[in-house]
Every structure is written in C-alpha cells, then in structure tokens.
Design a protein around this ligand. Structure first.
Ligand SMILES: [Zn+2]
Length: 245
C-alpha cells in the first residue's frame, strides 16, 4: 500500500455520470486543487436517466446536471474544465469512437494523473461505470502512443499515473484529512440526485431533510475514515494505482 502521490500539475478525472467523480475521488481533487493543481472533469454520458420521476423532462435534466457538475467542481476548488461527451446515459459503449474522444482530451489537457472508475471491480452492475473505466484505461493507452489517431494532430501524451477509484484491489491511499467537507459540499451540489443517490427527499419536512442530510454526510465521513484506516491516516480515499504507463 502506498500513500500520497506528489501533487500533480494537472489532474483529469473521468466519470460515467455527473457526481461519479465526487463520490470516487472528490476529496483528493479538493486537496490537489488547494495545493495548486489544475483539476479537470470529463463526464462521458449526459446523465439523462438520473431521475426516479418517470415523467421527468430528460432534456432539461441534462442541462440541470451539467450545471450541477460545474457547481460541484467549484465546490472542490477545481479550476479546470468540465468536459461533457454527452453519450446517452445508460447506453455508454467502450468502442473506438468513444476511445478516440477520451484520447483526444488526454492529449489536449495533458494530465499528470488520470483518475477513473475501476472497470474490473467484481459484481459491478452499472454498465456505464464499467465502460467508462475501460475507456479511461484504453484512452490512456491510445493517448500515449503516437500512431493512435494521428488525425487528432495533437502531441501524444503519457500521464505519470492512473488512479482507479471504487477499486477491486486498492493498493494506494490519498490522505484527504481536512477535505471531507469539500467532498460533501460538492456532492450536495448535485441537487437533482439528492433522492436517488443520497437518499435525501427534498419534499420531506425541513427537519426530516436535515436528518437525512446529516445521515448522508456521516456515511461519507465514515467511508473516508474506513479508507484512511487502511494506512493509518484520519481520512482517506483508496485507489488502485497504476504507475507503469
Ligand atoms: Zn454513475
């Protein structure tokens, strides 16, 4: 188990949906942003299925969720871009067209560290998370080698490290002590997801909303404490680290 990479000059976090990056590595991104890193978000799908309301206006939901993602990035202190690839939610594939786009953005943004879903996490059900993870790994390979996609007319780029969150076999921890609140604030910025992913019902009474919100915040702090305990740090986010790129 290793602890703490050097603060990267540029980090690129790749998620399937708006909010995945905040759940997976939000505190790490907040820590690095505070230390001067440029942090970019890249979101693969349009998030259009992120509602339990069967009558929801999904086109409006896409716009809402992009705004929420930008607000969440701001809550983390991220100063980079939020890139939206807008593949249909729930239908993400890890084919050549999608890989082309990921490689393009890695070459364009030149991250020192790339972060993404672990595509090999066992018993993972959501196909978008698996495909987004595969795209992250395969995009890194395509971006680093000059003969992939030469029509992009961008210099090839080899990141120094790849960190996979939700890792099946974590072997690295980032000490994020002091950044739990930034992560929690960023998660709260995904207001349209309060009910479906945070189990906070915004239509409940004020008192009940506060109770549900506190319970969610406690679950996040508890997770950070569990990950931190792996390496004896107060609060941590655990990853699979691939440093041989
Ligand atoms: Zn997701």
């Amino acid at each position: 188990m290793s602890v703490n990479l050097a603060t990267p000059a540029v980090a690129l976090a790749i998620g399937a949906h708006p909010d995945d990056v905040e759940f997976g590595c939000g505190a790490t991104l907040a820590k690095w942003s505070a230390a001067g890193a440029v942090v970019h978000h890249l979101i693969c799908t349009d998030g259009s299925k992120g509602s339990w309301d069967a009558s929801a206006d999904t086109a409006a939901l896409v716009v809402t969720r992009q705004g929420e993602q930008r607000a969440a990035a701001t809550a983390l202190g991220a100063t980079g871009r939020c890139v939206f690839l807008d593949w249909p939610d729930g239908e993400l594939d890890s084919g050549l067209r999608q890989r082309w786009e990921i490689a393009y953005w890695i070459r364009k943004l030149q991250p020192t560290v790339v972060l993404g879903h672990d595509p090999w996490r066992r018993y993972r059900l959501h196909p978008d998370h698996r495909h987004a993870g595969l795209l992250t790994v395969e995009g890194v390979v395509a971006a680093r080698d000059p003969h992939f996609f030469p029509e992009q007319e961008l210099a090839h780029h080899r990141p120094a490290s790849l960190l996979l969150f939700e890792a099946d076999e974590p072997d690295h921890v980032e000490d994020v002590s002091g950044y739990a609140e930034a992560k929690i604030s960023a998660l709260h910025a995904h207001t349209s997801q309060l009910l479906s992913t945070m189990h906070i019902d915004p239509t409940a009474t004020v008192h009940e909303v506060e109770r549900q919100r506190a319970a969610f915040d406690d679950r996040i702090r508890q997770r950070l404490a569990e990950h931190g305990a792996r390496e004896g740090v107060g609060e941590g986010e655990a990853f699979k680290l691939i440093a041989d790129l």
